[in-house]
Structures are given as structure tokens and as C-alpha cells.
Write a protein that binds this ligand. Sequence first.
Ligand SMILES: NC(=O)c1ccc[n+]([C@@H]2O[C@H](COP(=O)([O-])OP(=O)(O)OC[C@H]3O[C@@H](n4cnc5c(N)ncnc54)[C@H](OP(=O)(O)O)[C@@H]3O)[C@@H](O)[C@H]2O)c1
Length: 340
Amino acid sequence: MSGVAGSVQLLVLGGGGFLGRHIATAAVRAGHDVTVFSRAGTAPVDGVEALAGDRYDDLTALHGRTWDAVLDTFSDPDAVSATASLLSGPVGAYGYVSGMSVYHPAGPAVPGAGDPVRREGEATEDDPLQERSLAKLAAEAALAERFDGPTAILRVGVLVGPHDPTDRFTWWPVRLDRALAGDAERTVLAPGDPDRVVQYTDARDVAEFAVAVLDRRGEGVFDTVGPGRAQPLSAVLDACLRAAGGAPGDVDWVWAGERYLRENLRDVEEEQRPLWFPEDQIPQDAIDASGAIRQGLRFRPAEETARDVLAQLRAEGRTELTAGLDPDRERALVEGWVGV
Ligand SMILES: NC(=O)c1ccc[n+]([C@@H]2O[C@H](COP(=O)([O-])OP(=O)(O)OC[C@H]3O[C@@H](n4cnc5c(N)ncnc54)[C@H](OP(=O)(O)O)[C@@H]3O)[C@@H](O)[C@H]2O)c1
């Protein structure tokens, strides 16, 4: 594989999903020939070949084909083992999307590639990350065992940006846009400590990095969690306000305490909470992405992500969001906190 525009044939397993779509887009933009594989068998963007199949029991569409590289976003270790075996030989390099939660909760405050990872039988009872992290680790191991060729493991964190089905980031520019337009209260509930550093990555940045790594047959483990610099949540929310056309002072932030929110939002799933990760849920202070940054990973500014998600929502005409709070609930939480 040369990395010369037009010469790279890339297969994206899961290429119809949130990250897969951005990987396909980045690869097409780089001039590559892209094939995606999913049950739906539909192309996420123009100019992409789409194959239909099922990771669990139907890989027929991949038989007899060759590609320069494959990028896999799946989590089931047996399914990853099956494609790693099948594609070992017909494919030159294998990239696999894993997660940052694989790091051991008792490890360093700022872990990076090479630090201890989770182990079977060591989770606390209410640890939602243990099971899926062990699956990712088993998939990483299956890949190492079954694929004969360069492998790149991309450990990602919370992914945000256009087409994010969770809307965890999207909710903020939308909420602020509504406030500025007079369609929502200008008093805005914000979670926890304004100075707490928040980590997330625009999926387009991970996608561009993944394509670049596969282009050069990069090998190893890459932590691809942003922002690569200390960015407090208040700075991210200010960037969202600017993206919505506002300026400091246009809204009144009410920063409600961690314990108060935890007690009052028990019924709200993690993925519905907009960029609020309880302190006891993510055990690390941060993830060290310096290795990936040295290899070319770049993080776009929060304001750009916020502008782009607003533009995409407007283009879609979508008004309902997956994450966030309805206005009555938010108002009640603000009143409850201010009265505390
Ligand atoms: N989003 C985040 O914040 C986040 C955070 C940490 C880690 N990750 C990891 O990042 C990776 C990519 O996530 P994503 O958000 O892009 O996922 P996603 O949006 O759920 O996409 C999943 C893709 O896999 C395909 N797929 C699902 N089941 C399949 C099957 N049985 N056979 C063949 N294809 C199948 C789906 O298409 P069909 O349904 O048509 O088959 C779709 O194209 C995942 O490994 C995830 O664990 C994501």
C-alpha cells in the first residue's frame, strides 16, 4: 500500500455507523477506493461500495476479495476473530477501534498505551464499563493472534460531532441556540465543576487519523482521546455559546454540584447526559494521547465541532435530541439547586 491518492483500497467493517461513516468520508476525501460492510449494506456517502452481511454468521460478501487495509469498529471478540482470520492474507493491514475504558481503574491517573488494563473478575458490582472493556480487550487479543500483518489499535473515548446518535455534545450548542433565539430559558444548568477537564473527540478527527495510520501501515496502540490539552468544561460550553452566535453574559450558567445531580438524575442513562461524566465513573483524570499526537492526530477546536453539529441539524431539520433535559426538568433542577 503506497498511500498515493487513488491507490488505496480500504474496507470499513461497520462503515454505516457513526464513526464508520466519518472514516469512509475521510478515506474518499483522501482519494481512496472505499468499501463498507454492514447488515444494511448501504453506502453512507457517495462513491463508496456497500456490501451486506452479518458479523455473526454471514461473511460471504468478503470471500475472494482483497483490500490494502481494513478498519473494524465491531466489539464482539468472536466476530473480530472471524474477520481477522478471513482477512489475514487478502488484506494488508488491520485497524481496530477499541476504547479508553480498557485501562485498569486502579492504574495511573493519566494512563496511556502500555499501562495496565482491566482483568476478568476485578470489577466492582456497579461498574458499567467492565464487560464492554473486556470484550474490546479480547477483540484486540484475537486480532493479534489471527491477523498476520501490521495491526493498529485505536482506543477512542467519547465520540462527538455531526451524526452523533447520542447527541451528548450536540445538545449544548442546540440548547444555547434555543436560548439565544428566545425559545428556551437563558438560565442554563451546567454539570459539576466548571474547571473540570472534559475529554471527548470529534469523530472526524479520529477518522482522519485512522485513515492516515492505515495509509502508512502504522502499528501499535494509539490513544485517540482529546482534546490533547487541558480544556475545562466551562471553556467547551463557552465555545458552544460562540458557535450559536452568543457571547459571554448572554446566558446565566448555573453550575449544579456533582452529588446533587447524581441524586436527581438517577433515571437518566449516561449517554443521555450531555457531557456529564460522574467523577466516580471515569476513574482516570485524563488519557494521554501524546503518542497519537506525535503520529499526526489533531483535535479541531470545540467551536468548530459545535458550529458543524448545528449546521448538520439545521440541514436535517431535526429538532428532537437523544441527550439532554426537557425544559421543565431543567428548570426544576435549577430551582432545586439554587434553593439548596
Ligand atoms: N460513539 C462513542 O462515543 C464511542 C465511545 C467509545 C467507543 N466507541 C466504539 O467505537 C466503535 C464505533 O462506534 P459507532 O458509534 O460508529 O457504532 P455504530 O454507530 O453503532 O455503528 C455500528 C456499525 O456496525 C454495523 N453493524 C452492527 N451490527 C452488525 C452486524 N451484526 N454485522 C455487520 N455489521 C453490523 C452497523 O450497521 P448495521 O446496523 O446496518 O449492521 C453500523 O454500520 C464501536 O466499537 C464503539 O464501541 C464509540
